[in-house]
Design a protein around this ligand. Structure first.
Ligand code: 6U4
Ligand code: NA
Ligand code: NA
Length: 156
């Protein structure tokens, strides 16, 4: 059994306007890609608390509730540690999105995601978020992290 490292990924939604807040990542893993907000879960916190903390650190927003949508497992060729990413949305949050050291926030139409500037797996599961479905996905990447060599993604 392979070792996993826990991560969160959270998407603030403005359901009335049919928009989602993404962040352009300015540094580190996934630099120059748009994504939801998130990061590593710390040892002392629950996964949900980690999602809320990362959202606040990276966007300035404070979530009042979370909706869990899925779990994504990412495997990288030649890497013995997989990523286990817990995906949430929130429609209830306080504050206003601000640019931080890590992320430049930008609203997008929920049906107009900039997939060409996102991780390669995102178009495969984002439709399930829109449909309100829960999902589990497993993606195997080549070293370039662009090419998916194998995928299993399904609603649960
Ligand atoms: P540091 O810089 O150590 O504080 P931290 O913010 O804890 O990092 P980070 O930003 O490296 O962690 O976490 C990676 C983020 O990227 C998580 O939100 C999960 C997300 N992510 C990683 N691979 C992804 C992929 N293939 N598709 C996707 N999100 C991915 O949609
Ligand atoms: Na992060
Ligand atoms: Na972080």
């Amino acid at each position: 059994q392979m070792a996993h490292r826990l991560y969160t990924l959270i998407f603030p939604l403005d359901r009335q306007a049919n928009r989602v807040l993404l962040g352009m990542k300015k540094r580190g893993f996934g630099k120059n890609k748009y994504n939801g907000f998130g990061g590593k879960v710390e040892a002392h916190e629950t996964i949900a608390a980690g999602a809320m903390r990362e959202l606040h650190e990276e966007s300035g927003l404070s979530a009042r509730s979370l909706d869990k949508h899925g779990i994504l497992f990412f495997y990288f060729e030649g890497d013995s540690v997989a990523m286990e990413v817990h995906v949430y949305v929130t429609g209830e949050y306080a504050g206003r999105a601000v640019e931080t050291d890590e992320m430049r926030p930008e609203w997008f139409d929920m049906d107009g995601m900039p997939f060409e500037k996102m991780w390669a797996d995102d178009p495969e599961w984002w439709p399930m978020v829109l449909e309100g479905k829960r999902f589990v996905g497993r993606f195997w990447f080549k070293n370039d992290m662009v090419t998916i060599t194998r995928r299993e993604v399904a609603p649960v």
